[in-house]
Structure formats: C-alpha cells, structure tokens
Design a binder for this molecule. Structure first.
Ligand code: IPM
Ligand code: MN
Length: 359
C-alpha cells in the first residue's frame, strides 16, 4: 500500500458525460490521495464530440491512450445532432468500436436496492427492497456486430450470430460471479423462437455441467424475464444475457432502484477495463447541473476493484451510501424528506464523506 500508481483515461463524451466524469474524477482524486495511491489522468475526446472535432467518434489517439492506460472511465455518448451522421461517424459506433478494440466481452451491471432506497422506485418498496442482482451481458458479439448488415431500398437487415466459444466464455464469467455471490445463474434467451438461443441454452448447460454444477442454473425466456424482474426482482442473483437482451433488461432494472442515473457498469475481459455508467447522455439536461453523478462514481469504484484496490472501492461506495442515507438526492431520485441537490453539490456531499467512512 502507498506505492501504487495508476494511469486513468477519462472519456467524458457527450451530453451529461462531461459533468458526471468531472464528478467521478473529483471523488476518486480525493479518495486516492487519502489512501496514498497516486493517479494520473489523461482526458481524450470521444463520441459525438470527437466526430465534431476529428470526423471520427473514436480517434486513433484516443484509442491508443486507452490501450496504454490502466483503466478507462467513460461518461456517455450520443445526442440528436448526430442521428443524421453516417454509421461510422455516429457516437454509438465509437462506443461499440472501443469495446471491440479492447476485447471487453463481459459487461457487468450490478443492481442493488438497499432498504433505505426502496422508496425511490416507482414500484412498491416491498417488491424492490433487498434486490441484489448482477447482469452479465455479452458485449462484443450478437446482433450489434453480426454480418451481413445493411439497408436496401425498402428493407434493412441485421444478423444475430453467436459462436460456441463466445457463449462459453461469457457463461464462465456468469458462473464465476455466481460462486462469489449467491450461487445462482438465470440464463436469458428466446429459444422458443431463435436458433441462436437454442445454441446459447445448450452451451450454457454444457459449461454448467462440465465445471459449475455447484452453481444453480435455470433458463428463462427474455419476455418472461422482463416481467419477473418487475414482479419479483429478489429471485435473481446473476442474469446471463446476450448483447441486446442485456441492453434492454439493464434499463428495465433501473426502475427497481428508481433511476438509470444510479447504475454503474464494468466492461471486462479485454486489454484494459472500461467503466461506464449505464445511463445515456441525457441531452435534455446536459450542462444544467442536474445529472445524477452516482452511476459514474460507483463505476469508478468498480474500476478500483479491478485494479485490486478493494479498500478504495469500498470507501467510495460507502461515501455514496452515506450521502444517500443522509437524504441527499438529485432530481431523478427525489423521495419524501430528501434534500434535493445538483450534480456538483451531490459530488461534494459524497466527497466530504470519504474521510468519515475510511475503511
Ligand atoms: C449501453 C448503451 C449502448 C449499448 C449504446 C449507447 C451503444 O445503450 O451501454 O447500454 O447499447 O450498448
Ligand atoms: Mn443501454
């Protein structure tokens, strides 16, 4: 301890991205300083902002900086002004290209609802309180990347394709996490309709039988899973999904905790870890000091877990929890008796609690 030093690349991106990244940087700079860990930051242009500046959403310089770093913290990408761009110039294309270039095939999206947050959900507190699930989403395959893809004059097409090795490696991640958590995996598919899902189910079952029979495995159709997540979220521990099902279900899980602004994520398995809040760029509130910085701040805690700094991660998580326990909320999370604060004040409230919660 005390001798560690890490190079972190910040990719603020678009919309509220820059605000939430500024918030996360402030918190991690303080937390690291208190823990005697030295951090260096490099900020690079990415997403729509990069398209405006360079013509590409993922400029080579940005990618190279990412590949040389110890971890990447990303804000958000996208906005209506880039919807008209060619595919390769769109911010979302840059994000997919970055995930692919890093080889980050495993996207971890944890969702927890402590009792004291249950009243922020539009669902009944008795339903959501105690939720503790982890979505393990395949991130660099499936219909997002399948070829052929394209558009003809009056039709358009995409390809959903998964190979056995692609399914096997993400299934392993899910089973490993289940072992470290509560020992169960629900694998999501649409095997009543799709060949890819039949293969998915077969491969997941095979990996389970070969190496993880201590973990409880069940399979669920994605449409049923959407309902079960809302009806009885506590039944889930690890949810294993393909790329698009995971994208959709992870937004749905945000209703459990009240706001998409709360959810963190980690993209792992590749050269360097990429950490990004689950939320989008929210152009409607960009620059207004309204964004919830917690998704980005807790993503930075996941980054430190990956850098083998669990104490630092715990300290950041506890500071966030204490700020929420003390009743501070951004507008997306307001509840009775809470104190409404903007992005900057929420960040300061969290930063101020870092030293109190020292592990
Ligand atoms: C997410 C986002 C991205 C995705 C978009 C911006 C490409 O929605 O990370 O959930 O679909 O993966
Ligand atoms: Mn999404």
């Amino acid at each position: 301890m005390g001798q560690e030093s890490f190079k972190i690349v910040l990719l603020p991106g678009d919309g509220i991205g820059p605000e939430v990244i500024r918030a996360a940087r402030h918190v991690i700079e303080l937390a690291a300083a208190e823990a005697g860990i030295s951090l260096s930051f490099e900020e690079h242009v990415f997403g729509g902002a990069a398209t405006d500046e360079t013509g590409f959403p993922l400029p080579e310089e940005t990618l190279n900086a990412c590949l040389r770093s110890d971890g990447i913290l990303l804000g958000a990408v996208g906005g209506p002004q880039w919807d008209v761009c060619a595919r390769e110039e769109r911010p979302e294309y840059g994000l997919l290209a970055l995930r692919k270039a890093l080889g980050s095939y495993a996207n971890l999206r944890p969702v927890t609802v402590p009792d004291f947050l249950a009243d922020a959900s539009p669902l009944r507190p008795s339903v959501v309180a105690g939720t503790d699930m982890l979505i393990v989403r395949e991130l660099i395959g499936g219909i997002y990347f399948g070829e052929p893809r394209g558009r003809a004059s009056d039709s358009a097409y995409n390809t959903l394709r998964y190979s056995k090795p692609e399914i096997a490696r993400i299934a392993q991640v899910a089973f490993e996490w289940a072992r470290r958590r509560n020992g169960s995996v629900v694998s999501i598919d649409k095997s009543n309709v799709l060949e890819v899902s039949i293969l998915w189910r077969d491969v997941v079952s095979e990996i389970h039988q070969q190496a993880y029979s201590d973990v409880e495995l069940s399979h669920m159709y994605v449409d049923n899973a959407a309902m079960q997540i809302v009806m009885n979220p506590r039944q889930f521990d690890v949810l294993l999904t393909g790329n698009m099902f995971g994208d959709i279900l992870s937004d749905l899980t945000s209703t459990l905790v009240g706001s998409l602004g709360m959810l963190p994520s980690a993209c792992l398995g590749g050269t360097v870890g990429l950490f990004e809040p689950v939320h989008g760029s929210a152009p409607d509130i960009a620059g207004m000091d309204k964004a919830n910085p917690i998704g980005a701040i807790v993503s930075s805690a996941m980054l430190f877990e990956e850098l083998n700094q669990p104490e630092l991660a715990t300290r950041i998580r506890r500071a966030v929890e204490q700020a929420l326990l003390d009743g501070y909320r951004t507008a997306d999370m307001l509840a009775e008796d809470s104190t409404e604060v903007g992005t900057k004040e929420m960040t300061n409230v969290i930063a101020n609690r870092l030293s109190e919660v020292a592990a």
